[in-house]
Design a protein around this ligand. Structure first.
Ligand SMILES: O=C(O)c1ccccc1NCC(=O)[C@H](O)[C@H](O)COP(=O)(O)O
Length: 214
């Protein structure tokens, strides 16, 4: 089975190169100003120019309004918009209609009840991304916290849309994550960093090599 990988939160050419040369199928840019992975639209546009054909670019937003989306989308070409806030199915539908770009919605998983919500979201979103529910701390980011959820919640489940697994993935736990969930696509950020917000090209390559060997 081929498992595809998205490396999220890229902000430098070196790590972008490690991602695409190592086989990542998706690269993500974070447009959440409070994140250590935030990139300006101008910087993301520069990075996007380095992305080869066949690798998809993903713009990550948290409860964006249309003006902000327009500001970014007019500068950076995206194959996918990732909504990582509290966007409702109605808002997802609005974003799709306004920007004509497929939407992947993050589902923050703390327990089985969150998976019922995923079915509702799947009626409008093009893709789902299962991520860990952020810790209750006020300082926690809405995602990219490097924590995993209980993968057995996804075991044996089928979803009406393509989906990715994320949350606390690293080279040394990804085999178990895939074996438990049956995920065919993965999203990683903190697990390929040497400090918050800084991707380590060697960790990016190690993660991609591990997934390629599954
Ligand atoms: O990465 C961020 O800083 C971030 C900020 C706000 C919302 C979402 C964010 N990240 C989401 C991701 O990077 C991934 O989609 C996913 O959550 C994986 O994160 P990690 O557990 O760090 O591998």
């Amino acid at each position: 089975m081929t498992v595809s990988v998205k490396i999220c939160g890229l902000s430098e050419p070196q790590s972008l190169h490690a991602a695409v040369s190592g086989g990542a199928r998706y690269v993500g840019f974070v447009f959440y100003p409070a994140s250590p992975r935030y990139v300006s639209p101008a910087m993301a546009a520069e990075l996007a120019r380095l992305v080869p054909t066949g690798v998809r670019t993903v713009g990550l937003f948290v409860d964006p309004d249309d003006d902000f989306l327009e500001h970014v989308v007019s500068q950076v070409p995206f194959d996918l918009i990732q909504l990582h806030g509290k966007e409702t199915p109605r808002r997802i539908a609005e974003v799709k209609a306004a920007f004509s770009i497929p939407v992947m919605k993050a589902i923050k998983v703390g327990g089985p009840e969150d998976l019922a919500h995923a079915l509702e979201v799947a009626e409008v979103a093009d893709r789902l991304l299962f991520d860990a529910k952020p810790p209750a701390k006020v300082t926690a980011l809405p995602g990219g916290n490097g924590i995993a959820f209980d993968w057995t919640l996804l075991a044996g489940r089928r979803w009406p849309r393509p989906w990715m697994l994320s949350g606390g993935l690293k080279a040394d736990n990804v085999a178990e994550a895939v074996a438990t969930t049956g995920a065919e696509a993965l999203d990683v950020s903190s697990g390929v960093e040497d400090r918050p917000g800084h991707k380590d090209p060697a960790l990016v390559r190690a993660f991609l090599d591990t997934v390629a060997g599954l």
